[in-house]
Design a protein around this ligand. Structure first.
Ligand code: SF4
Ligand code: SF4
Length: 319
């Protein structure tokens, strides 16, 4: 039995979303849209735990909190002793849900928010939810303080584009003392779906993902080799019909890994044209986290409580 890379499974609970963000490739997504069944979610977790699963990320090409089972997913994973993280815009994070997530000791929530003003938020996210999203993120922070809880770790991230670049400093200043982590990224192309950055840099042999990325499960159970694969073109198996062992030995998986070992992408036009194959400098414009690194594939996840303990120990040994 082969162990999971990174000890992590990324679940696309749904690929439905009310937003139309300018940096998102969803507008070019032609595959069906749906929500993962609870039965499939549990089956995958149960199968992955003996292979070393420690960390579940609820993240895909949709808004995870649109899934009516979102809280049940967090609860199930926490009951199994796993760390749980999600990415969201936050507008659906009602007070009651925040309280439940604090109670469950959900490990981490990262909020995407690309502006400091209502007008530019609407232009970049294409939804008039700025006030609601900011209010609900701040309510979670308030509740954490009220209950004196470190859970969930909170982060916000900003993706720099022509319309919001001038707000970068304001964004950092607004959030840096409110949340645990602030990150500012430069926009990228989602392989070749968008044209937000140049590929005029040295080409690499591989982006690293097929060899060392976490297990990426789409809402319908299909496994993709890549977190950027919005249209499910790099499918290596289907966990609604196959086991993890069968997928590991699937020729699609083996052949894609071979291409990424040799650098010969002639049979994979998506990889051949992908902006992740270039050594683009300074993609992470700002972070206040010591642990954050560009290209997280291959990093080992540190559970949040362990991270806090490590920091406490560092402080003690320095004093
Ligand atoms: S909220 Fe996320 S999934 Fe939805 S359009 Fe924006 S980036 Fe895409
Ligand atoms: S080269 Fe691009 S499309 Fe191919 S696996 Fe890497 S990130 Fe994904």
């Amino acid at each position: 039995m082969k162990m999971l890379k990174n000890k992590e499974v990324v679940f696309e609970l749904t690929n439905k979303c009310a937003y139309h963000c300018t940096i998102c490739p969803r507008e070019k997504m032609t595959r069906d849209q749906g929500v993962m069944s609870m039965e499939l979610y549990k089956k995958i977790i149960d199968e992955a735990i003996p292979r070393g699963l420690k960390f579940v990320t609820l993240l895909g090409f949709g808004e995870p909190m649109l899934d009516k089972y979102f809280l049940d997913r967090v609860r199930y994973a926490k009951e199994k002793g796993l760390s749980v993280s999600t990415d969201t815009t936050g507008y659906l994070l009602k007070e009651k849900l925040s309280e439940e997530l604090i109670n469950l000791k959900m490990d981490s929530i990262r909020f995407s928010c690309f502006s400091t003003t209502k007008e530019i938020y609407q232009k970049l996210h294409n939804l008039n939810t700025f006030d609601l999203a900011i209010q609900r993120i701040n309510k979670l922070i308030e509740l954490k303080n009220k209950y004196n809880s470190i859970y969930p770790k909170t982060g916000v991230y900003f993706v720099r584009q022509d319309l919001n670049k001038h707000q970068t400093e304001d964004f950092i200043n607004y959030w840096k003392d409110r949340v645990d982590e602030v990150n500012v990224w430069e926009a990228h192309n989602w392989t070749d779906a968008l044209e937000l950055r140049s590929k005029n840099y040295k080409r690499k042999k591989t982006c690293g993902r097929p060899h060392s990325g976490p297990l990426q499960v789409r809402y319908d159970g299909k496994i993709s080799a890549c977190c950027f694969d919005f249209n499910s073109q790099l499918i290596t198996g289907d966990l609604s019909k196959q086991s993890l062992d069968e997928i590991e030995n699937n020729p699609n998986n083996i052949n894609l890994k071979k291409a990424h070992s040799t650098g010969d992408m002639s049979k994979y036009s998506m990889c051949d044209n992908c902006d992740q194959m270039y050594e683009v400098p300074n993609t992470l414009y700002y972070t206040n986290s010591n642990d954050n690194k560009v290209g997280t594939s291959g990093n080992t996840y540190i559970p949040f409580d362990e991270e806090i303990n490590n920091k406490k120990n560092e402080t003690v040994s320095k004093s």
